[in-house]
Design a protein around this ligand. Structure first.
Ligand code: MG
Length: 269
């Protein structure tokens, strides 16, 4: 994406929505629909957001899915909206619009490996300022968001080989980010999950649209683009992305979704 083309890019995306017979939205939650919470454990449902998603999913031409790194139980609490598909833990655990639950990975394969690693990571961060461990059930993460950057690097450099050792005991992958390290099953990947959803719940002729704000969403962008869909990146500034266009922040995303709600199919032939 060339930033100077941004207004044109958004116009192109809006044009495709207006011409779409049907629209399938894939939306990330944190940093996309809602501002980032101070810690991922914070669960504060937003009635306005639930209302927006309810209206989107009530539109006869729109299907709504939320694909989040949070646990499904969290996502469900945050979005008490019937009729939308919720995918938690990067799409490993799914709740269909009919309320049916699908686990794509065997819990018994995952959990013993994480349970063995967990006390080692706990011991590593114990007594250190600015770190916390997040156990999401299917994945385990160390966050050093409020740690000194140098110390965060040192701690994560020690945590990584422990995770790699654990990862060899099953079909896992280790994901690193800024002040962040996570281990989870290989299927804990939004791109992989998107492939699964497209195959499992086909919506022929629908325009596919994915909106997300970080690296894990970029994996889904790759897949959505391969399927002829549209990727929208949420970021305050220009950034490295595969997306067709960029929106600055969650409030902008919400206003834009309102517009999409009104315009979808308005130009369809
Ligand atoms: Mg996000």
């Amino acid at each position: 994406m060339r930033e100077r083309d941004l207004p044109h890019a958004l116009e192109m995306v809006n044009g495709r929505i207006a011409r779409a017979e049907r629209l399938w939205l894939f939306l990330d939650y944190d940093g996309t629909l809602a501002e980032l919470a101070p810690t991922p454990a914070v669960v504060e449902p937003d009635p306005d957001l639930a209302d927006l998603l309810r209206r989107l999913s009530g539109h006869p031409k729109i299907r709504v899915s939320v694909v989040s790194g949070r646990r499904l139980a969290h996502v469900r609490e945050l979005l008490p909206v019937e009729g939308i598909l919720l995918a938690g833990s990067y799409g490993i655990e799914i709740q269909t619009p009919q309320g049916e639950r699908i686990d794509r990975v065997d819990w018994e394969m995952v959990r013993p490996v994480l349970d063995e690693l967990k006390p080692r990571w706990e011991a590593l961060i114990e007594g250190r300022e600015g770190f916390f461990l997040e156990d999401k059930g299917w994945t385990l993460a160390i966050h050093g968001r409020r740690a000194d950057p140098g110390e965060a690097d040192r701690v994560l450099a020690e945590a990584r080989p422990m995770a790699q050792e654990a990862a060899r005991k099953g079909d896992f992958r280790v994901l690193g980010g800024y002040k962040f390290l996570e281990i989870g099953p290989r299927e804990a990947d939004k791109g992989d999950s998107l492939e699964f959803l497209l195959a499992e719940f086909p919506m022929p002729g629908a325009l596919l649209l994915f909106v997300g704000d970080e690296d894990k969403d970029e994996e889904a962008f790759e897949v959505i683009i391969e399927h002829g869909g549209i990727a929208v990146r949420v970021a305050p500034q220009e950034c490295e992305t595969l997306a067709h266009c960029r929106l600055e922040a969650p409030p902008v995303v919400r206003r834009w979704l309102e517009t999409a709600l009104e315009s979808v199919g308005s130009d369809a032939g």
